[in-house]
Ligand binder design. Structure first.
Ligand code: URP
Ligand code: ZN
Ligand code: ZN
Length: 467
């Protein structure tokens, strides 16, 4: 007799759907089949049973401009659980010339005792220093098997030059570590920001004008070329433009090992938001784009050129955003989104294509594979962690910030009607959320020592043959 059995679910693993039961024993999925019995049995007829989502791009308690992102590892992971996310990957932060270890210890101390769900970290390199280079091998062994670098944010001291990037790519290739990129043309953007300000323009339209679409496509193409030359893999975070998807597809067609993630803000919002009085609430880097760009992103997801949807969750209260005082150069950049990720993506995928298979792959299966967590996470196989979401596909509801659990007082998606909602979230066999009730506990989440991903096998199985 199993501990917990979900009966008569419509089970969806991102590839196929079937009706049946799923049994949990302790922290693991024990069986998937029919007629399973448990000490506790929950009938979920008419509901979907899906793998918990992995949000592999979060920024909890991140200092930015005058503010600090307003979700910590407790409030952020509790909101994640309400939204059907059962794993997050955040980032270490580098101070000065130091290596990866001190920044990792600081971030770990913030997460331990607070996180409700399991979590990992990407190592983050703002400056290419000897300490950093030395620590890369250590990071791999410690389960930080991906590295984040920036081709932008020069003024903030975070931008690597192309020579450094080429070196990092080769080093990560040798270590079988994945290099991930915030890909924007830092130098061009710095010039355009100065030009906008010189012309007396510091509003949100100037933010948009200083980061036009080509500043992403250029950086994506450059990263792809450098990765190709280095025979290394590259993963682009928060891809924001349909035009960039074309660059990714071109590179993949000639065999470059390049992967990409996009975010709900680029799939659902456009830069018309910047004209309103609250335009600054929508500020992020890269910015939300002219209407139409999102179509290429959706196509990229459906065709497999974009493999992951994550949030870049970096929330602020209105008061935090208001510290911009009318000048985008002072704006704390970033948007809340971890709790709305799964319902937004599943609702729209179902509406657009009549299927959520590719969306479940992008939310669960692919991030687990790409970031060294599969088959522990991201699937419904016996032996995997029992990270499961019960999802009501028929529930209609409207996004309203005051009904959500993220530590912020606005949602960029306020008023958006959705069909489908996570109604129960289970992490390693523990029911964390049931309807509107939180049943989890701070500090139960564990740090995940991630493996080196097998990207070649992942790519060979998921690369579309024709585009
Ligand atoms: O505006 C954003 N995206 N804020 C978070 C930091 C980053 O660049 O991902
Ligand atoms: Zn970024
Ligand atoms: Zn980010």
């Amino acid at each position: 007799m199993y501990d917990l059995v979900f009966k008569d679910a419509l089970i969806k693993d991102g590839f196929t759907s079937w009706e049946g039961d799923l049994a949990i024993q302790g922290e693991k999925i024990a069986a998937v089949g029919c007629g399973l019995s448990g000490k506790r049995e929950v009938s979920v007829e008419g509901k979907w049973l899906i793998p918990g989502a992995l949000d592999v791009h979060t920024h909890f308690s991140l200092p930015f401009a005058e503010a600090v992102s307003s979700d910590d590892f407790f409030t952020g992971t509790r909101a994640a659980a309400f939204g059907g996310v059962t794993t997050i990957i955040d980032f270490t932060a580098q101070n000065g010339e130091e290596g990866i270890r001190p920044g990792f210890q600081r971030r770990l101390a913030l997460a331990e005792g607070k996180a409700v769900i399991d979590y990992g970290f990407h190592a983050c390199m703002s400056r290419f220093t000897p300490e950093m280079e030395r620590d890369l091998e250590w990071a791999c062994g410690a389960g930080l098997t991906s590295l984040k670098v920036f081709t932008a944010y020069r003024k903030a001291g975070m931008m690597l030059n192309d020579g450094e990037i080429y070196t990092v790519l080769r080093r990560c290739r040798d270590l079988e570590m994945l290099t991930t990129f915030h890909a924007e043309s830092g130098d061009v953007i710095e010039r355009l920001i100065v030009e906008q300000a010189a012309g007396g323009r510091c509003d949100m339209l100037a933010h948009s004008a200083s980061r036009p679409v080509f500043t992403e496509t250029e950086a994506v193409r450059r990263v792809a070329d450098l990765a190709e030359a280095a025979h290394a893999s590259a993963y682009i975070v928060h891809l924001s433009c349909g035009n960039s998807t074309v660059r990714i597809a071109e590179a993949r067609r000639r065999g470059v090992s390049i992967l990409a993630e996009t975010c709900p803000q680029y799939l659902f919002l456009d830069d018309s938001q910047f004209s309103g009085n609250n335009g600054h609430l929508f500020g992020s880097c890269p910015p939300i784009r002219p209407a139409g760009q999102e179509q290429g992103l959706w196509r990229g997801l459906e065709e497999g050129h974009i493999q992951v949807v994550a949030t870049d969750h970096c929330p602020f209260m209105r008061a935090g955003k208001d510290t911009w005082h009318g000048d985008f150069r002072n704006l704390p950049m970033g948007l809340p989104g971890i709790e709305t990720l799964v319902p937004l993506i599943l609702s729209e995928s179902q509406r657009r294509t009549g299927s959520v298979d590719f969306a479940i792959r992008a939310l669960s299966v692919n991030p687990a594979k790409i970031f060294g967590l599969y088959p522990r996470k991201g699937c419904l196989l016996p032996g995997s962690d029992a990270d499961i979401v019960i999802y009501d596909p028929a529930r209609t509801w409207t996004i309203a910030a005051d009904k959500l659990h993220m530590n912020t007082d606005f949602s960029p998606y306020e008023g958006m009607p959705l069909t489908g909602k996570p109604i129960m979230t289970i992490s390693r066999g523990d029911v964390l959320v049931e309807e509107d009730l939180f049943k989890g506990a701070s500090g139960r989440g564990r740090f995940l020592v991630r493996s080196k991903p097998d990207l070649q096998s992942f790519l060979s199985r998921t690369l579309p043959l024709e585009t």
